[in-house]
Design a protein around this ligand. Structure first.
Ligand code: GAL
Length: 417
């Protein structure tokens, strides 16, 4: 009898162990969502996975745009210790796939019908050689302006629709003694403003020729010098303490009535919402004047790194399935400031800025005015992106004039290819 029970207990214990391995395996998630709004959105994901008994091991690496996170990731993979899932942008996903480090998500993707609902612009970065390697959680776009409504109303400033009106509005704010443009002096933030500025100067055609095709003539053109001139104009409207400031602290300046405008991707909206602010009442969202009808996008995806253990593979697949569920895409993106990464999610739960973002994304996709963000890794591979960062930030910080910036851009991009 003793032997029987002993054996049975051992079998039950083994069963429990294997079940709990398959059911409650942890996912280790490397990400850079550390601001208040980002953390709130991340909690939506953590809670969703917890309800599915998928454990969460947090690996945050602060720094917008993800440069620091990508450095940490490289070190982890080199040490043979890749995290399960990694927040990743555009060309970085393709690079890791080319290195053969990513898992194959085709089983879940087929079961869930991802091919039919994920926009082609995102599939270009989520699928490699016909295989799904990452799960897109959102679509952000960078050519937005966030404005404090009461500051504008108090000065009698209407929402600007042209670049000239925008400059005049910033001048009026500056004359009033407030900061016109809230900005954090970090290369990726300057590059984020550059996305919208390039579109405002030459539209989608110029943007594509210069930054997607890397055509030297477009890169070295007078239009490019005009883009740098506009960046210098923006530099004239930031406060004295902008150097090194984090983007969410710049958002806080607009939220707290210290500044009128911020040019930033729609993750900034997450900060406004976290502070209890309401679009249309407390703040305005509009496209960088001159870039209306165009969308520079970036999509956060969770690239899944190949795992040896079956339990880890299961958890990874379930995380990908959870991320792509329509109800999750709505709940998460409402908080994050982005819009869903699938075309069939209703817009009911989204505020006015979110509804606008969803409609404009769909319109831009069909009109051919949707372009990958230069600043956020959807126009070029990292080496080229970083070369652009260097020139844009050096010029913004007064190291050289617009004409020299144009010349340097051509040579920096040539050297980076
Ligand atoms: C972007 C990312 C966004 C947001 C932002 C600032 O690269 O796509 O989700 O987190 O950085 O951290």
């Amino acid at each position: 009898m003793r032997g029987y029970f002993g054996k049975k207990t051992a079998i039950v214990a083994a069963l429990l162990a294997s079940t709990s391995m398959a059911m409650a395996e942890d996912v280790e998630v490397l990400h850079w969502w550390t601001s208040g709004g980002e953390a709130a959105a991340l909690n939506v994901l953590k809670d969703d996975l917890a309800a599915k008994t998928i454990g969460w091991v947090d690996m945050p690496v602060a720094g917008g745009g993800g440069e620091a996170a990508m450095t940490t990731l490289r070190a982890r993979v080199t040490a043979g210790d890749a995290p399960t899932a990694v927040q990743m942008l555009g060309f970085d996903i393709l690079d890791w796939a080319a290195e053969g480090k990513l898992a194959n998500l085709n089983t879940v993707a087929t079961e869930e019908g991802w091919d039919a609902v994920v926009p082609a612009a995102l599939q270009a970065f989520a699928k490699v050689d016909g295989n799904w390697v990452s799960a897109p959680v959102n679509v952000h776009s960078t050519n937005w302006v966030w404005a404090n409504k009461s500051v504008l109303d108090g000065l009698g400033i209407a929402q600007p629709t042209t670049w000239e009106e925008f400059v005049a509005a910033m001048q009026a704010v500056k004359d009033s003694g407030k900061t016109a443009l809230a900005h954090g002096g970090q290369a990726w933030q300057e590059a984020t403003m550059f996305d919208g500025v390039v579109l405002s100067v030459g539209g989608v055609e110029f943007y594509k020729k210069a930054f997607i095709d890397l055509d030297p003539a477009a890169l070295g053109s007078e239009q490019m010098t005009e883009a740098f001139n506009r960046m210098a104009t923006l530099r004239g409207f930031v406060d004295d303490n902008f150097s090194g400031r984090d983007w969410n602290l710049a958002s806080a300046m607009v939220i707290n009535n210290e500044a009128a405008f911020q040019i930033m991707g729609d993750w900034a909206k997450g900060e406004f919402l976290k502070a209890g602010k309401v679009p249309g009442t407390d703040f305005l969202c509009f496209r960088v004047p001159g870039s209306q009808g165009m969308v520079a996008f970036n999509s956060d995806q969770f690239a899944m790194f190949a795992q040896a253990e079956a339990g880890a593979q299961t958890a990874q697949g379930e995380m990908a399935r959870a991320i792509m569920a329509p109800s999750f895409q709505s709940a998460f993106n409402v908080v994050k400031g982005s819009v869903p990464a699938r075309t069939d999610v209703p817009n009911d739960a989204f505020d006015d800025c979110g509804k606008k973002g969803m409609a404009e994304l769909a319109e831009a996709a069909s009109a051919g005015t949707l372009v990958g963000s230069i600043a956020h890794g959807h126009a070029n591979k990292a080496a080229v992106k970083n070369a652009i960062y260097d020139v844009v930030t050096a010029h913004f910080n007064g190291e050289y004039d617009a004409a020299t910036a144009t010349t340097n851009l051509v040579s920096a991009i040539e050297a980076a290819q």
